[in-house]
Design a protein around this ligand. Structure first.
Ligand code: NAD
Length: 486
């Protein structure tokens, strides 16, 4: 039986309380292992280790030495690729073909990309006039923020965790990570990599547990945490924002979405179908940037819907190791209950179920897993809950539209503002519409194409702040102005 322990000050340890919870594989609900649940005591030990490490050898490293260490970490993840891949696929049930292209390589790349970004970021300088004519020089100087709490979700566990740990460490901070209770494995494994690469003890710490009245709450409320970076549901983001208000600690929140896909009649329809298929169904629809509302210009509506149904029918459900499979289960039975609730609600709200809508029969070996059918609806009204609330499952609603003005209004008619995808071969229109979409990320004729140097984050209820590229520096460093009178 596998045991997932905390990683504190360079050592693996259990909880003094002895409290543990199960980690189950969503493919067949088999038990992967037991996870130690941190109490206040373990969280405090991790935060204190992180604070001490700031004053130790880590705090004295040059930028070049830190870059070298983080490059080593990335290389070591790639050397242990198969172990990370196995761990991620067991925890999430996702196809190996997907995790081996997205989760693990991008998870490793985050360390290299941010080390390079930080190393190459110039500092600000302003020469100013003074009455004596001699002037003064202003120089910006960035210092690490301190101890960063990283609270991460389960949908892309390694990738979204290193997306925060990479820049945090590149900027010289130390971290305490609380991975999702659903997916503890790859974060735990990363502790071994940190030790193998010679990252000093206390720089990277992991505490396991749940959110409320558990490790998540204890960590975000801890007064020695200097800033909190969170990816997860908007509701949880609101709770964390309140916790961060005590001591005026900085936050970065990457939260939910209800993202529109806009398909104009002048698009390349095959490109649009391929992209919308990915954006609605990859990772079993569990991608924050995914498309749950699709708007199609009326002349191509019937054709687009028919092509989408054809492609959904071709999705192959199966175990992670099944080479033919491109569609895994949801992350847990609990999450499936939530998604299934929305599937039933859609019917109650008057949807036409174009395809899917239920729980598939996967055979005796897999029927205990968290499987669900990929689903397309039509016919819902714009105020239906299924149209307004984030489902985070493999489903989308497709609706026709007639004018550009109408579709912009429909796309923006949501409390969320994370991402949008626009499909058109008219680049002037793409820019015009893209500029009017209230979202942090807009893709034109693509989806999930990410350059790590660019800003990432959401508008409205989808988040606060931007990470990615140099934008993360605002969160992960304290910018000081040094004014030198000449
Ligand atoms: P979640 O909010 O339930 O959990 C995220 C993390 O927060 C977990 O580690 C959880 O244990 C912790 N947590 C829960 N309650 C807490 C509390 N009271 N205090 C402190 N920590 C707490 O989200 P999830 O279900 O893991 O992930 C799915 C959600 O994440 C979706 O809404 C999705 O859109 C969002 N998401 C957003 C992005 C983005 O970049 N904007 C990326 C991925 C996922």
């Amino acid at each position: 039986m596998k045991e997932f322990k905390h990683f504190i000050n360079g050592e693996y340890m259990g909880s003094n309380s002895g409290k543990q919870f199960e980690n189950r594989c969503p493919v067949d609900n088999s038990l992967i292992g037991m996870v130690h649940e941190a109490g206040r005591e373990e969280v405090d030990a991790a935060v204190q280790a992180a604070r001490q490490a700031l004053k130790g050898p880590w705090g004295k490293l040059t930028q070049a030495q830190r870059t070298e260490l983080l490059n080593k970490v990335a290389d070591r993840i790639n050397e242990r690729f198969e172990e990370f891949l196995d761990a991620e696929c067991k925890d999430t049930g996702k196809p190996r073909s997907i995790a081996s292209h997205i989760d693990i390589p991008r998870g490793a790349a985050n360390f290299k990309a941010f080390a390079e970004t930080v190393a190459n970021h110039p500092t600000e300088g302003f020469r100013m006039d003074t009455p004596d004519g001699k002037g003064a020089l202003n120089v910006g100087h960035r210092t690490p923020k301190g101890v960063i709490a990283v609270i991460s979700p389960w949908n892309l566990p390694l990738l979204l965790m290193t997306w925060k740990v990479g820049p945090a460490l590149a900027c010289g901070n130390t971290v305490v990570v609380k991975p999702s209770e659903e997916t503890p494995a790859t974060t735990t494994l990363l502790g071994e990599v940190m030790n193998e690469c010679g990252v000093p003890p206390g720089v990277f710490n992991v505490v396991h547990g749940l959110g409320p009245d558990s490790a998540g709450e204890f960590l975000t409320a801890h007064k020695d945490v200097d800033a909190i970076t969170f990816t997860g549901e908007t509701r949880t983001g609101e709770i964390i924002m309140k916790a961060a208000a005590v001591g005026l600690r900085n936050i970065s929140l990457e939260c939910g979405g209800k993202n529109p896909g806009i398909v104009f009649a002048d698009c390349d329809i095959e490109k649009a179908v391929e992209g919308t298929m990915r954006s609605a169904f990859v990772n079993c629809g569990q991608v924050c940037l995914g498309t749950e509302r699709v708007y199609v210009e009326r002349p191509i509506y019937d054709k687009f819907l028919a092509r989408m149904k054809e492609e959904v029918a071709k999705l192959k459900l199966g175990r992670p190791e099944d080479k033919e499979a491109n569609f895994g289960p949801l992350v847990s039975l609990e999450h499936r209950a939530k998604v299934k609730y929305y599937y039933d609600l859609a019917v109650e709200e008057g949807a036409t179920v174009e395809i899917g809508g239920g729980i598939p029969d996967m055979g005796a070996e897999l029927n205990d897993g968290a499987w669900i059918e990929p689903t397309i609806w039509t016919g819902l009204s714009d105020d239906a809950r299924v149209i307004r609330e984030e489902i985070f499952g493999p489903c989308c609603h497709i609706r026709p539209f007639d004018t550009e003005e109408e579709v912009i209004e429909l796309a923006n008619d949501t409390e969320y503002g994370l991402a949008a995808a626009i499909w058109t071969e008219n680049s002037a229109r793409a820019v015009r519409v893209g500029e009017q979409i209230e979202a942090g990320l807009v893709w034109v004729n693509s989806w999930f194409l990410r350059d790590l140097r660019t800003a990432f984050g959401g508008a409205k209820s989808s988040g606060i702040g931007r990470e990615g590229g140099v934008h993360g520096l605002e969160f992960y460093t304290e910018l000081k102005n040094i004014c030198i009178k000449l």
